[in-house]
Design a protein around this ligand. Structure first.
Ligand SMILES: NC(=O)c1ccc[n+]([C@@H]2O[C@H](COP(=O)([O-])OP(=O)(O)OC[C@H]3O[C@@H](n4cnc5c(N)ncnc54)[C@H](O)[C@@H]3O)[C@@H](O)[C@H]2O)c1
Length: 257
């Protein structure tokens, strides 16, 4: 998995889920800039196709797979496409996720719980099962799971989302322990409020929401999607070779505030 040449991920086969927008799309551009060969995964074909075309026209190696990570067969198909096109899988950023609107637990429908857990937890489970199998086969790799500050503390994001992001950190620790002997590192990001499509939609409903979220961070602003992507990138490179099982806060100081 060691990159050579000028970039930090030259020749590395990397899979990114939720790549059709927001943090995942930013990660696709950042990983390519460092020389990775990327497999972009999400449900929305037009957005994925446009991003893959942008990247290949810029001279990078990129392909896309339309897949729903909550389906194990889809996740396996995406990983198989990466292995087939690029000779293996070295890195994965399991970033696909859905929000739940804030609301009291007893007023939240079962369907919301099911949808959020299916994508945010089962999606990471499905992807890691396929990714770890490929990485064990090829002798190692690095996985980064996108959790949230809501994976460590209760935020306004609603109980299903908070529970789902805590579970992502649990899965991360378990996999890190089990796969360390196989030379696979597994880490999570505690991502803070980030100016992605997910959040822009939510903030559009009330301009005061952005100011309130920004105020919680020591840096008094939201993250840009690239700032989260850079942290995921670093955890996928050999520069972070002694880091596994950890959750890296990329939150402008929110959790320490
Ligand atoms: N934006 C924030 O403030 C913030 C904060 C903490 C954590 N996060 C996490 O970051 C991740 C990325 O979110 P974002 O902010 O970029 O939002 P986004 O809505 O722009 O991106 C989410 C991506 O996941 C994809 N996706 C959703 N369900 C999927 C499924 N079943 N199968 C495949 N792809 C699916 C979407 O198509 C999209 O590409 C999520 O896991 C989110 O929970 C975001």
């Amino acid at each position: 998995m060691t990159g050579h040449g000028e970039g930090l991920l030259v020749g590395v086969s990397a899979l990114i889920t939720g790549a059709s927008s927001g943090i995942g799309a930013a990660a696709a551009r950042v990983f390519c800039r460092e020389g990775a060969r990327v497999t972009l995964v999400a449900r929305r074909e037009p957005e994925l196709a446009a991003l893959a075309a942008e990247l290949t026209q810029a001279g990078y190696e990129a392909q896309y797979v339309v897949a729903d990570v909550s389906r194990s067969g889809d996740a396996a198909r995406a990983v198989a496409a990466a292995v087939e096109a690029y000779g293996g899988l070295d890195a994965a950023f399991n970033n696909a996720g859905v929000p739940a609107l804030p609301g009291l637990l007893h007023l939240t429908e079962d369907e919301v719980y099911d949808r959020v857990m299916d994508v945010n937890v089962r999606g990471v489970w499905n992807c890691m099962r396929a990714e770890l199998a490929a990485m064990v086969e090829s002798g190692g790799g690095s996985i980064v799971n996108n959790s949230s500050t809501a994976g460590l503390v209760a935020t306004v994001a609603g109980a299903p989302y908070i529970a789902s992001k805590h579970a992502v950190i649990g899965l991360t620790k378990a996999a890190a322990k089990e796969y360390a002997p196989h030379r696979v590192r597994v880490n999570a990001l505690a991502t803070g409020a980030t100016r992605s499509e997910m959040l822009v939609d939510w903030m559009a409903g009330d301009p005061a929401r952005e100011a309130a979220m920004a105020d919680k961070a020591m840096l008094k602003r939201l993250a840009e999607t690239e700032e989260i992507a850079e942290a995921a990138l670093w955890l996928c490179t050999e520069r972070s070779s002694y880091i596994t099982g950890t959750t890296l806060a990329v939150d402008g100081g929110r959790l320490a505030n």
